[in-house]
Design a protein around this ligand. Structure first.
Ligand code: SAM
Length: 230
């Protein structure tokens, strides 16, 4: 998988890949990243990438020409690239999207700044538009990094133990059951006794019941869509 980031602020994204699991994924050649800066594609004397909004309105927009030319260049070099625009107006990014997008070979994240992007660029290039929540961020970089992380976990070989994906939250529309480690009693609180008896069938049933209860309590909306409800 390759992630390309179109951004004015590469340094807001690149450090995230310099440690931990995603660093290892790059070292193992499971993942590669690169960056394009629309400022390198400007045709004006001062390399300006923003402008006032047509018809008025507060704040500046990323204007069409530099972004359009950046994306045209990327597309001509990578005909199979898939263009994702993070935006508050997008559909909510969820785990099934992370799994589905992990099968793509090349994703380009086009990051807005200021009051956003001239809509004509979005109309021309967006394959999908995603929001990471109902709040407004300063730019798309955090949203792209969040989506990249969630997608990367689902690329074969990125996680040391892929079994952990199967029990994770949002599988079967349930949250993961509560988990514990040693010691078995800590601050007068014990772990469920079944976990100590080594009967894996019973432990699995118990975990399943706890996952249902946890989901019902914390995310009734998710539980109402789960098969576990029936
Ligand atoms: N004026 C825009 C609006 O009201 O919808 C907000 C623009 S925001 C300040 C600048 C950029 O941050 C957006 O173009 C987008 O790339 C990114 N962004 C902000 N909030 C986001 C969210 N919830 N999800 C994904 N991207 C977001």
């Amino acid at each position: 998988m390759k992630f390309t980031y179109v951004t004015l602020f590469e340094n807001l994204i690149s450090p995230y890949f310099e440690d931990s699991i995603l660093k290892k994924a790059i070292e193992k050649n499971l993942l590669s990243i690169d960056f394009y800066n629309p400022r390198d594609y400007t045709k004006n004397k001062h390399n300006k990438v923003d402008d006032y909004q047509a018809g008025g309105g507060a704040g500046l927009l990323l204007n069409a020409q530099p972004l359009f030319d950046t994306l045209k260049d990327i597309k001509s070099k990578n005909p199979n690239a898939y263009f994702i625009f993070p935006a508050p107006a997008g559909k909510p990014f969820v785990q099934v999207d992370a799994k589905r997008l992990a099968k793509k070979e090349h994703i380009v994240f086009v990051n807005g700044r200021y009051e956003g992007i001239d809509e004509r660029v979005v109309e021309t290039y967006a394959d999908e538009i995603f929001s990471i929540g109902d709040y407004v961020l300063t730019g798309g970089e955090l949203a792209s990094t969040v989506m990249s992380d969630a997608i990367s976990r689902n690329i074969s070989g990125v996680l040391g133990n892929e079994d952990s994906l199967e029990e994770e939250s949002f599988e079967n529309k349930l949250l993961e059951a509560p988990s514990f480690t040693k010691p078995t009693i800590f601050e007068n609180k014990s772990i469920p006794s079944e976990f100590l008896k080594g009967n894996h069938g019973k432990i699995s049933n118990l975990k399943n019941e706890m996952a249902k209860l946890k989901t019902k309590y914390f995310r009734p909306d998710l539980f109402s869509r789960s098969d576990a409800r029936r």
